[in-house]
Design a protein around this ligand. Structure first.
Ligand code: MSP
Length: 597
């Protein structure tokens, strides 16, 4: 795709770079069809996979309520899922809750509740949050469901029958908080809040305990060469690159076999080892299998399993990039297509933690900033390879600048009665954009180029999961379009003069076309705002797909189906400005002045 986009960029630079008096709309039309062809070719590549796509979030521990970081994982996956749907893929999106293990058992005990109803109660909170934030999952899985238990038992038996699980003894460190086994080099000395000497995990800082138990071991060590091959053969399999390198580095070290069960006396809350009720299956083996359960393993996973893409936070890479592919190799199943790793959110410069009392409640934030506002902020500011800081002032500033003023202001200007008295998609007059005596200037052609290239650029950034870069590009184009309107000041034109009126209509037409492209491309990010924008432009629901991204067809010598069509109903400002002093109130506040005119 990078190659294709370079090609597209070169082609368009070539047209606009030369002294183009001679460039006719026929030529532009030919170039445009080259562009469409390139998009089609790309789809052809994708259809190798049967046009299917399967994306997952990690499943969330139910020991506590959801926080901002959890919503972030879900918003990324949701955005990718919606993006694939937009492109015409048949996409599935799985999320859910991780409900077994010592950590949950202890949390239920501490709450004085029986584990099953404790899990149900917290799982519902996740579901409620996701539903209210437009997380359009197609599957919500709970590891306590029967369908999942059957898969775990089946998978265990598969590995056992292949001799890849054996009875053994585990002696070493265990972190209940991370549900993780650690080697001597992965722990350090520390002191707890009461002044006691303890050992903690180097990576997470969580307390570890020494455990010595007879249990079942998985032959992880034998898979080291295959894991290395997998990572080396496809350097993009773990993204971003820095995390790919981390995993390769881990694999340079010794890879001991992995304990995959706990004695029943310590852990009751989980799936029993088949034929050995004294042992409970390790929660990470249980949890990772959720991805297969959703895909329909063992009977009907084929069509989906080869297109699985996992979104994971940086703290759980080891489980997804080492244990998980090793389990899959052991079972003879294909490995994930991609592991997209994201970094963490801190709150006002500090790690979010219950003890500091700075855990951001995503439900509350979505009520203050609106669902789309919070989604936009997370995706626009979230950078995959470094941690990002959340503070309300920053959210307010970004949303006011980009959603309320820039995007909302542009829509408002071009649909207001002043510039658009007939409330229609006005006609475009190509002569004004002729290099020979037209009224458009260099910056206008540059803007047309940027907007035309936007889908290709967007696709490129989605492929590497740099959604923030895709949004950066959209925001830059919106600024260019505002600049275009500002530069030509259509409100100063005399509507009574025919040529002036036609130029005004052309300016508005071009701006509405830009807005239409932004609206279509923003659907995966801010579905409600995009819907409002496109509805205001009069764009029908069947006209909001990837194939409809034919920007400004009249300029390229084609018919524009929207010309002359009445605008949709005005249902108010696109995004209400937020006032800094009101951000602690429950609802976003609208300015008295409304939006910039
Ligand atoms: N249950 C395991 C995952 C099992 S998947 C087979 C788990 N759950 S979790 O609830 O602790 O974390 C779920 C996701 O939330 C992880 O991707 C994690 O990185 C992410 N986040 C947790 N805290 C976060 C931030 N502060 N910021 C961003 N994401 C964070 O791990």
């Amino acid at each position: 795709m990078r190659f294709l986009s370079v090609l597209v960029t070169r082609r368009f630079t070539a047209i606009n770079g030369q002294n183009v008096q001679s460039v006719s709309s026929i030529r532009r039309c030919r170039e445009f069809s080259v562009f469409s062809q390139l998009c089609k070719n790309d789809d052809a590549v994708n259809s190798d996979e049967g046009g299917r796509f399967y994306v997952t979030t990690p499943i969330f521990y139910v020991n506590a309520s959801p926080h901002l970081g959890h919503l972030y994982s879900a918003v990324i996956a949701d955005c990718l899922h919606r993006f694939k749907l937009l492109q015409g893929f048949h996409s599935r999106f799985a999320t859910g809750t991780d409900e077994h293990g010592l950590k949950i058992q202890q949390a239920a005990e501490a709450a004085g509740a029986d584990p099953q109803s404790f899990c149900t109660e917290v799982s519902e909170r996740f579901k409620g949050l996701f539903d209210s934030c437009d997380i359009s999952y197609t599957d919500f899985i709970r590891t306590t469901e029967q369908r999942h238990k059957r898969v775990v038992e089946h998978f265990w038996s598969l590995l056992w029958n292949k001799g890849l699980i054996y009875r053994g003894n585990y002696e070493g460190w265990y972190s209940t908080q991370d549900e993780s086994f650690l080697t001597e080099t992965q722990v350090v000395d520390a002191v707890d809040s009461q002044g006691n000497k303890i050992k903690v995990s180097v990576e997470s800082g969580h307390k570890v305990e020494w455990m010595k138990e007879e249990n079942y071991m998985f032959r992880l060590s034998v898979f080291r060469p295959q894991l290395l091959d997998w990572l080396r053969e496809d350097p993009a399999v773990v993204q971003p690159e820095c995390f790919h390198q981390h995993v390769l580095k881990w694999l340079q070290q010794d890879l001991p076999d992995l304990s995959v069960s706990r004695h029943r006396s310590r852990l009751q809350w989980g799936v029993s080892v088949p034929n050995d009720p004294d042992q409970t299956i390790y929660v990470w083996l249980d949890a990772l299998l959720n991805y297969l359960t959703v895909a329909g393993f063992p009977d009907s996973h084929q069509g989906w399993w080869n297109v699985v893409h996992h979104i994971v936070g940086k703290d759980i890479i080891k489980f997804h990039a080492i244990y998980w592919p090793a389990f899959l190799l052991a079972a003879g199943l294909p490995l994930p297509k991609r592991l997209y790793v994201h970094s963490h959110w801190t709150a006002e410069g500090k790690k979010m933690s219950k003890s500091l009392g700075n855990v951001v409640d995503p439900l509350q934030s979505s009520q203050v900033f609106t669902t789309d506002g919070l989604r936009y902020f997370l995706l626009r500011q979230g950078v995959p390879d470094s941690d990002c800081d959340y503070y309300e002032h920053k959210v307010t500033k970004l949303l006011n600048a980009e959603l309320a003023d820039s995007l909302g202001g542009l829509l408002n200007r071009c649909t207001a009665a002043g510039l658009n008295p007939d409330q229609v998609y006005p006609p475009f007059c190509p002569e004004f954009f002729s290099r020979d005596g037209g009224r458009a200037v260099d910056e206008d052609y540059q803007m047309l180029d940027s907007v035309k290239n936007l889908p290709v650029v967007m696709e490129q950034h989605f492929r590497s999961m740099n959604i923030y870069k895709a949004l950066e590009n959209i925001a830059a184009c919106v600024r260019q379009t505002n600049g275009f309107v500002q530069r030509h000041a259509p409100w100063k034109l005399d509507k009574r003069k025919s040529e002036e009126r036609q130029w005004l209509d052309t300016i508005v037409h071009v701006s509405l076309e830009c807005l239409r492209i932004y609206g279509i491309l923003l659907q995966p990010v801010v579905p409600q705002i995009s819907d409002k924008l496109l509805s205001r432009l009069g764009v029908r629901s069947e006209e909001r797909k990837w194939v409809n991204l034919n920007f400004l067809p009249k300029y390229y010598g084609m018919e524009c189906p929207l010309t002359g069509r009445p605008l949709g109903q005005n249902s108010g400002v696109l995004f209400s400005r937020l006032e800094t002093e009101n951000i602690h109130k429950d609802k976003p506040n609208q300015t008295k002045k409304g939006q910039k005119k």
